[in-house]
Write a protein that binds this ligand. Structure first.
Ligand code: SF4
Length: 319
């Protein structure tokens, strides 16, 4: 007599929407792929094109070479700047060396660069709200001369920052911050410096805002949340914080299905899943497949809004 297999325990997977790739990430990856078609391998990329190992490994397999600085790029090779943006010295140096370069900076990051330049030209000191050492922050600070921009990372620093002239002051922000935390920091700065100029709210992009809103709405109705994303992906890490802040303490960041410790999900009947803006949908599909091997899975979609934004490719590649 053969044993009848035990039925799998039930699990409802709630998929937050929107999740995963944003228009800026999609454009940056296309720039690398089109450049490989146009120039042939190798094409150099300064910094990870987007913060996702799966994406980077895939492009590396097609002939992209990832480096951290321009001096690692040979004179004859084309080079692409990552979606996070670069300090002005980088295209300047590429131009001096006569390199062929393509800029995959997200247009929404470039918009912040333009704001910063505009404030600087108007003689204002700028406060950048962001996380030290993140490449976007390094790129944005590098749009203006040293000392023209002060970095504020949290509420404590917002209370302590001492600009040279509070009457001549502006702020800009990183695009991938927590919407709620940033609002609190901006409120402190506006209280301390009533003449502060800047965007009406902040510079957080539509993709970050939408993904945070979706995970916040979902988090209260699930027992645990998995965020697909890289440990160095700012917007992915914020999604974990937002899910926890919305009441789901069991919210964790995982790079892909193989990293999930399923025993840590014991007792979970409803599992929320989302993905950072640099995490491809195939990683979400992998998680669903891995779950199906262990549970009788029911899928639910919790979509707050549909996104239709796309960004044009640089003219050199759009033909
Ligand atoms: Fe652009 Fe926002 Fe995507 Fe970053 S997360 S690439 S700023 S759309």
């Amino acid at each position: 007599m053969t044993d009848t297999p035990k039925p799998l325990p039930p699990l409802t997977i709630v998929l937050a929407g929107p999740r995963g790739f944003c228009a800026g990430v999609d454009r940056a990856i296309q720039i690398v792929e089109r450049a490989l078609d146009k120039f042939g391998a190798p094409v150099y990329v300064r910094h990870e094109i987007v913060h996702n190992k799966f994406v980077v490994d895939g492009l590396r397999a097609k002939g992209a070479v990832f480096v951290e600085e321009l001096d690692q790029v040979p004179d004859e090779a084309p080079v692409i700047f990552s979606a996070h943006g670069v300090p002005k010295r980088v295209p300047d140096e590429a131009g001096r060396r006569g390199l062929t370069y393509l800029d995959a900076t997200c247009p929404l990051v470039s918009k912040v660069h333009t704001e910063a330049e505009r404030h600087h030209e108007a003689g204002r000191q700028i406060i950048l709200i962001g996380h030290a050492n993140h490449p976007e922050v390094i790129g944005t600070m590098g749009q203006v001369p040293d000392g023209a921009m002060l970095l504020v990372e949290d509420l404590e620093q917002a209370e302590a920052v001492q600009p040279a002239d509070p009457e001549n002051l502006a702020f800009v922000t990183q695009t991938t911050l927590s919407v709620d935390e940033t609002a609190a920091i901006v409120a402190v700065l506006r209280r301390r410096f009533p003449a502060l100029q800047g965007p009406r709210k902040e510079d957080i992009c539509y993709a970050t805002t939408n993904r945070q809103a979706a995970v916040r709405a979902m988090a209260a109705g699930v027992d645990a949340v998995l965020v697909l994303g890289a440990p160095n992906s700012s917007n992915s890490r914020r999604l974990v914080e937002v899910a926890k802040g919305a009441g789901c303490d069991r919210s964790i960041l995982v790079q892909r299905a193989a990293d999930i410790d399923w025993t840590s999900l014991d007792g979970v009947a409803r599992l929320g899943v989302t993905a950072g803006a640099s995490a491809p949908e195939v990683l979400v599909e992998e998680v669903i497949e891995a779950a199906r091997a262990r549970f009788a899975v029911t899928l639910e979609h919790a979509t707050l809004t549909e996104e239709t934004i796309t960004f044009k490719l640089p003219r050199a590649l759009s033909a």
